[in-house]
Design a protein. Sequence first.
Length: 243
Amino acid sequence: MNAPSTSHPLPEVVDRRSWQAEIDRVVKREKAHTREGDAIAAARRRLPMVEVDARLPLVGARGTVPLVDAFEGRRQLITYLHMWHDGKPAAEQCVGCTFFTGHARELSYLHSRDVTYATFCQGPYAESARYRDFMGWDMPWYSVRDSLEPLLAGRDFGGYLYFLRDGERVFETYWTTSRGVEAGSSSYHLLDRTVYGRQETWEDSPAGWPQPFATMGEQFSTDGRPTAQWSRLAAGRSDDLTG
């Protein structure tokens, strides 16, 4: 059976030796990029830290608990700050936070390094936890609404906070937002290695390459709602979060 040809422009077709030579040039740059990333990670490991009130209240599945309990006995804690829109159905919740939170599925490798992963949500627990259940996520989930000012210290949602526990004391060691949250997105890392990339309007691609996705939330949406929600609706889940 002959498959239809694509309507998109195609890269130049060359012999395998020429193709490998071009890949080798890119790999050389990739290796330099990796080594620089290792050096930056080494610098992060040498950053100072700031103490945080270990008793800051969080609301989770067991009711109100102190921040230190979110470590679940482990030494380190990674948290994603999930934005929330009160009283809105699933379709109107943050598309970017849905995208990044949805990548945190297999946590055993983090646990094996004495690291707990949790979502710290801006919204009330009961309502936002229904969204977690609608999406089928199973990471620990907390509302941090009662601790916003001391926890965020003037920052906003849509980023990662990293913590270290020393006994009953808690310290923040690092935080990142904007492009920094891509560290948690395997989809983006894989797309970056495809011929058409992320297909977003900002990318430096050859003329005619497909770039249908704008970057004000459209890149995470399909037909007016977060892309990952469609399979949940198809499975019969309700996106009404009011309970």
